[in-house]
Design a protein around this ligand. Structure first.
Ligand code: PLP
Length: 410
């Protein structure tokens, strides 16, 4: 009798996006004349920029010739791209080696796959609310313990709240943890940590021989000074942090697929005998065994992101989204809401009106002004009472959504 991995049964149904979709489609069936504006999506909408398209076209042509055809590439990514990534870090004073960069087909996969190299008994800490991938991949691998219906939490996971009460600055855990997931600028709250705040985490990791898994998928959206683009801007982080980055939000690659993970050679884990082992070696082995590299065409496209033209073009798209973010922030404030984020990230996190839950506010917004967002509680128990709007829509629909929300009676 074939047995299954029962950890999968320990996963909570992700009701979030399916429930959102169901509620929206029910509403639009009953009200076909109402124009719904969706500000719930976490996907980009601007097309891939010309510099990238041109580079990919060229790469496609190369594939058609005997001389330039490419088969399997290096599992870690082509050197031409890894070199550009290293140079990009150098601009911020961060020194990395090419073999510390691992190109992949997504930061989501990398964040999920990284659990392969860690012991099953490690104590995991996540911030709350959180990007669900960090939590669910630890549930699947059997690190979470049982789910508690009353608290909305898994027994063995350490949840670190980030709410308005602590200004979205998660406190260091009181108990010892081994693996800490941090995502800044944050999805879903759109908030950031200063260098000083991030430094505390690096010091905690050093003192506790813990590791930080740092997701900086939104670094390109940072506009303010003193907000670190990379955890390696913090002294000593190269000994305790793995960083995940992606071209998805930066350059509109959500459908093209390209990302990279940085595993510095100095980051170590330990055997049960206390022997130090370089995580770079383990991740390299993991990738070479289970992954066969990103398509040459895609990597050529990613390389073009670093050209002068490419940089100029992607920055225009980011500015477009951040203009939307500003429209949302200001529109909500005018309507009397308390808002967070939206300055260094394409997400705006708002406090729902007194007396309503995240889902009640969702229903009200949908039924009364036909605007769709994402209930905060879907990202974790500390997200209750909050709501996420994204800046990835068109400017026209963003402006209209704010006009409608201002008319909403609360
Ligand atoms: C969108 C997003 C990513 C990027 O994932 P890809 O697989 O590279 O598309 C990573 N982390 C967070 C928090 C995100 O929101």
């Amino acid at each position: 009798m074939i047995k299954i991995n029962e950890n999968f049964l320990n996963l909570q149904e992700s009701y979030l996006f399916s429930t959102v979709a169901k509620k929206v489609s029910e509403f639009s069936l009953k009200n076909p004349d109402k124009k719904i504006i969706k500000l719930g999506i976490g996907d980009v909408t601007r097309p891939i920029v010309p510099a990238v398209i041109e580079a990919m076209h060229k790469a496609v042509e190369e594939m058609s010739t005997k001389e330039n055809f490419k088969g399997y590439g290096p599992e870690q990514g082509y050197e031409f791209l890894r070199k550009k990534i290293v140079e990009d870090y150098q601009k911020r004073g961060i020194d990395l080696k090419i073999d510390e960069i691992f190109v992949s087909d997504g930061a989501k996969c990398d964040c999920g796959n990284i659990v392969d190299i860690f012991d099953i008994n490690n104590k995991i800490a996540i911030t709350d609310p959180v990007y669900p991938v960090y939590l669910d991949t630890n549930v699947m691998s059997g690190r979470s313990g049982k789910y508690n219906e009353n608290t909305g939490k898994y027994e063995n996971i350490v949840y670190i709240p980030a709410t308005a009460e602590n200004n979205f600055i998660p406190e260091l855990p009181k108990e010892r943890v081994d693996v800490i997931y941090l995502c800044f600028p944050n999805n879903p709250t759109g908030t950031t940590l200063s260098k000083k705040e991030l430094k505390k985490w690096v010091e905690y990791a050093k003192e506790n021989k813990a590791i930080i898994l740092f997701d900086s998928a939104y670094e390109a959206f940072i506009s303010e000074e003193d907000v670190p683009h990379s955890i390696y801007e913090i002294e000593g982080a190269k000994e305790v942090a793995i960083e995940f980055r992606s071209f998805s939000k930066t350059a509109g690659f959500t459908g093209v697929r390209c990302a990279y993970t940085v595993v510095p050679k100095d980051v170590c884990g330990y055997t049960s005998n206390g022997e130090e082992i370089s995580l770079n070696k383990l991740w390299n082995r993991r990738q070479c065994t289970k992954f066969n590299g990103v398509s040459y065409i895609v990597q050529k496209g990613a390389e073009a992101v670093y050209t002068e033209e490419g940089q100029k073009q992607i920055k225009e798209n980011i500015a477009y989204y951040m203009e939307n973010a500003k429209i949302i922030r200001e529109g909500l404030k005018k309507a009397g809401y308390t808002v967070f984020g939206g300055k260094n990230a394409p997400y705006i996190w708002l406090k729902v009106p007194e007396g309503l839950t995240s889902w009640e506010f969702f229903d009200k917004l949908l039924k009364e002004v036909y605007v769709v967002g994402t209930p905060g509680v879907g990202f974790g128990p500390s997200g209750e009472g909050y709501f996420r709007l994204t800046a990835f829509g068109t400017k026209e629909s963003t402006v209209e959504a704010m006009e409608r929300i201002q008319k909403l009676k609360i």
